[in-house]
Write a protein that binds this ligand. Structure first.
Ligand SMILES: *Cc1c(COP(=O)(O)O)cnc(C)c1O
Length: 369
């Protein structure tokens, strides 16, 4: 018999949307320009605005974060093996594999869930060409430690910064680290363009190639220099991005308020591990994960209990990427005990800008009582 589930009282995520009039006003000019896509005025305006907001040197928009990641892997001409972590959204690993590379899984740190720098060098072989670390939940990787290893072994570094929109480290935009950083502007992220993504990078020599790589590799009316797909962001999505960018500060502020209310409820509770505070790092409150560590309920039991009360949560990230059907057994046994431990005990609680105090209290009552 199917378990009875309550109607949804608290969703996991609710995408941010501007007032409809604002969006309609923003798109109205598209009927005059008749430019719907191909890096037109809205695209240009958004690219400039985001480059400023994110405080990065080179910046380009893409149709989504995944395609952006594939484009930069190809533009950097990576070969062989890439060191990454299995505690990420499967897109990170798919991008590596779809570009013909082998992912090598490194374990993560117990406190902030990002790549454990002390375990990277043991995984480097003569085939290693890059490290692709992930700023999980907006927690910042040890960017200095990673760069030191990359410099020593002549490796490229591409950050998956899909969760880290707007995060700053000691006053520097998160996209300034490594050779490049990928952002995702998917509807479920802190900032979105419905679907969308971007790359921040340093080397100006990559600009033209990336521009071509998002447009079938076309470099001129009669020349195609690269074998590439189509990764262009259209004008309607760029318009959504322009609207959402006007509200981003208040959106993050609302998330902060919800996160602080969760913190208040959990402050004296044993067995519930929360995200650490990272010194000199600003937060974007993209997710509110808890790790159950000796709590009276297991993660799975809590997930079910909340679902029965109409509260949606996510086992994010579970299973680990190396244990998904498409990758299981493909790349040898990954030694990732910490990643496994976190993956089996983590639960992301509802988090979005419109989450009310009452909803947070309702979720916490259900967890604690
Ligand atoms: C969302 C996400 C992606 C993919 O981004 P899309 O814009 O959906 O293609 C990649 N990595 C991580 C960690 C993500 O959360």
């Amino acid at each position: 018999m199917m378990k009875k589930t309550s109607p949804i009282k608290v969703p996991m995520i609710q995408p941010t949307m501007p007032p409809p009039e604002e969006y309609i006003a923003e798109i109205a000019s598209i009927w005059i320009t008749r430019k719907l896509t191909n890096m037109s005025p809205k695209h240009q305006k958004l690219e400039e605005a985001l480059q400023n907001y994110l405080d990065v040197r080179q910046f380009q928009l893409f149709v989504n974060g995944h395609q952006a990641l594939e484009c930069i892997i190809q533009a950097l001409n990576l070969k062989g093996e890439v060191i990454t972590t299995p505690f990420t959204f499967v897109s990170t690993i798919h991008a590596i594999v779809r570009c013909g590379l082998k992912p090598v899984f490194c374990d993560v740190c117990e406190d902030n869930f990002t790549i454990d720098v002390s375990k990277i060098e043991g995984l480097i072989t003569e085939k290693t060409s890059a490290i692709i670390p992930v700023h999980v939940y907006g927690m910042v990787c040890d960017v200095e430690g990673i760069q030191n290893i990359a410099d020593k072994h002549n490796l490229k570094v591409i950050y998956d910064a899909a969760h880290a929109f707007g995060v700053q480290v000691k006053g520097k935009g998160i996209g300034s680290f490594g050779d490049a950083a990928m952002f995702s502007f998917h509807a479920t992220k802190t900032y979105h363009t419905i679907e969308g993504g971007a790359l921040a990078f340093h080397d100006t020599a990559l600009s033209e190639q990336l521009l071509a790589r998002k447009d079938f590799g076309i470099t001129g009316p009669e020349s195609v220099e690269y074998v590439a797909g189509n990764s262009k962001l259209d004008e309607f999505r760029a318009a959504m991005g322009l609207c959402n960018l006007r509200h981003i500060e208040e959106e993050i502020e609302k998330r902060k308020r919800a996160a602080e209310r969760y913190d208040m409820h959990f402050s004296n509770v044993a067995g519930i591990q929360r995200l650490p505070v990272q010194k000199g790092v600003t937060k974007n409150y993209s997710y509110y994960p808890i790790v159950l560590n000796g709590y009276k309920l297991t993660r799975n039991a809590l997930y079910e209990k909340l679902r029965e009360k109409g509260i949606l949560t996510r086992k994010y990230f579970y299973p680990l990427c190396n244990e998904l059907e498409c990758y299981r057994g493909e790349y040898g046994d990954a030694e990732v005990p910490i990643a496994r431990l976190i993956s089996e005990n983590v639960l992301c609680l509802p988090m979005f800008a419109g989450l009310t105090d009452e909803q947070v209290d309702f979720v916490c009552d259900a967890i604690l009582k």
